[in-house]
Design a protein. Structure first.
Length: 132
């Protein structure tokens, strides 16, 4: 029973870290076209390391490397928002009411920012007669 409780706490702690990282990346992604990180900037380096450990290793994001000059690389992170939301929804379902609401706020933010927008903004939706 104690081992099961420890595993549950560890899983929730990991989900909370994923939540925090996802909300940060979503906010940063809204301000920038791409999530680019330059390890020569200490803040970027720390975030990149943490994100790779937290999201990339769990296949919740991919990272691409680009050499911008000899020996200087920048990294572009591509979160899998749908997979992140699925992980957060599972965590919300398993959490107590207060924590679940906190997860739900992040889920709504990410969903509205990255998954609720139409795939082809220039195309008309045949089911929506109000589009021009």
């Amino acid at each position: 029973l104690l081992e099961q409780e420890r595993e549950q706490i560890q899983a929730q702690s990991e989900a909370l870290a994923i939540h925090a990282a996802a909300v940060y990346l979503a906010s940063r992604n809204l301000a920038q076209d791409k999530l680019r990180f330059d390890p020569e900037i200490s803040h970027d380096d720390e975030i990149l390391d943490a994100t790779i450990d937290l999201l990339v290793k769990q296949r919740l994001a991919a990272v691409e490397t680009e050499e911008v000059k000899d020996g200087h690389f920048v990294y572009t992170l591509e979160p899998d928002w749908a997979a992140i939301l699925e992980r957060l929804r599972t965590a919300a379902d398993e959490a107590g009411p207060e924590v679940a609401e906190w997860f739900q706020e992040g889920i709504r933010f990410i969903d509205e920012a990255f998954l609720a927008r139409p795939e082809h903004p220039g195309k008309q939706d045949p089911n929506n007669s109000h589009q021009e």
